[in-house]
Design a protein around this ligand. Structure first.
Ligand SMILES: [Zn+2]
Length: 415
């Protein structure tokens, strides 16, 4: 059925009336008319308001108490939800989606976008042709969107979102994450740059024609190795890290993600860690580990990155170990650049030639996809994080606090 068909059927009876009309001996409407009648029912908010309100109410009634309890009690979020309920959720979701070689979430997203575009387009055509009153179309829009939004929100909360209410990771790990001095920042940056330089020397690392790191087997295959860092990390932090769930999924529309300034996205509905495979090899292992940290139940961005750093550090493969140090060094270095440009220059001069080639490859990837759409996408993500009660994109910088805190704890225990 096309949009024009629906518009032409504006005077047909609602679908629910069809069997009654047939029962009193009137001619049974042919298939196309019945179809048209269904369209009308869909465009008539009065027909389905009650069932839609019930669905909306049930979704809110299931998720709201859990959300309020988790907000009031981070202990509930940590010890009941994150450590007992969420591992069951993650295991079940990954039994369903983990074995698929592609991202089910991406498939669903494309399908939903298509269906939504079609339905909105059809309603717009009906409106433009003045077959519908604007108020009626608006009512249809609200009646359709309300239960969908309520179910999406409730599922987000129950399947993963409670993890946002966990107490800070620094607390669970007993780290002193207070604001660092410039000296502490510089010392941490130097240590990380030297670690990255050293790891880059590993003979297992292979280079492309320009001398930048590349994956020996290709990005998609390299992604499948990401969970291996979580196995030793689970032994190190058994209270916080569960078994490795499903592997990260390569996104088919990775180039689109690049233009949207998005390197990865964890989809709680399918439990899938989706990764943009156009990302440079110096960064991709860190991104994959970051998305797996979300899958492990670390919702906050800065904390997911910190867990990623620790997973990369324990990863048996040279490219993953290097990527973790490379990205951690870049984060601390950029915080230092704001605090003390002269100190930043001193640290920058310490990078090895090989790491600088990786930095150049990273910069050219970034330039290739730098668009205003990316800025818009950042703003959307920022709003999403703020709605979750988080500090938005700026909180990514808090990774630096955890990296410095880790070094601080090490120094104190060495004394
Ligand atoms: Zn993230």
């Amino acid at each position: 059925m096309t949009a024009a068909d629906a518009a032409d059927a504006s005077d047909s009876p609602p679908a629910a009336d069809v069997p009654a009309a047939a029962a009193v001996g009137e001619p049974v409407p042919d298939a196309s008319k019945a179809d048209a009648a269904t369209e009308v029912a869909e465009l008539d908010p009065a027909v389905r308001w009650r069932s839609r309100l019930i669905v909306t109410g049930v979704a809110v009634a299931l998720a709201l108490p859990v959300q309020l309890l988790a907000t009031a009690s981070p202990d509930f979020a940590e010890h009941v939800y994150a450590r007992r309920i969420y591992p069951v959720v993650a295991t079940v979701l990954n039994l369903i989606t983990g074995w698929l070689p592609f991202s089910l979430a991406e498939l669903i997203l494309v399908g939903l976008t298509g269906v939504t575009a079609f339905r909105v387009g059809r309603a717009s055509v009906a409106l433009v042709r003045r077959r519908r009153r604007p108020r009626r179309v608006l009512g249809w829009g609200v009646a359709t969107a309300l239960p969908a939004v309520a179910i999406a929100w409730a599922a987000l909360v129950l399947l993963w979102g409670v993890n946002y209410r966990r107490p800070p990771l620094a607390e669970s790990l007993d780290l002193d994450a207070s604001s660092p001095t410039v000296q502490e920042l510089e010392a941490a940056a130097v240590e990380l740059v030297e670690l990255a330089n050293r790891l880059r020397e590993d003979p297992r690392i292979v280079e492309d024609a320009a001398g930048a790191i590349r994956f020996p087997e290709g990005a998609r295959e390299a992604l499948a190795r990401a969970p291996r860092g979580y196995e030793p990390l689970a032994e190190e932090l058994p209270e916080l890290i569960g078994p490795a769930y499903g592997p990260p999924k390569p996104v088919l529309g990775s180039a689109v993600m690049s233009y949207l300034s998005t390197t990865g996205i964890f989809i709680p509905y399918t439990g899938e860690a989706n990764v943009n495979v156009t990302a440079p090899p110096s960064r991709l292992p860190f991104i994959a580990s970051h998305e797996l940290a979300h899958q492990q139940g670390f919702a906050a961005e800065d904390e997911a990155s910190y867990v990623a750093w620790r997973a990369c550090r324990r990863h048996p493969d040279a490219d993953y170990a290097y990527s973790g140090a490379f990205m951690a060094a870049l984060h601390v270095e950029s915080a230092l650049a704001k605090a003390d440009p002269a100190a930043f220059a001193r640290v920058r001069a310490r990078w090895s030639a090989a790491c600088l080639r990786d930095l150049a490859a990273y910069a050219s990837w970034f330039d290739a996809y730098d668009t205003p759409v990316g800025d818009l996408s950042d703003a959307v993500n920022d709003t999403y994080l703020k709605l979750q009660g988080k500090e938005g994109v700026a909180s990514y910088g808090r990774l630096v606090l955890l990296l410095v805190a880790e070094r601080r704890t090490r120094e104190r225990s060495a004394r």
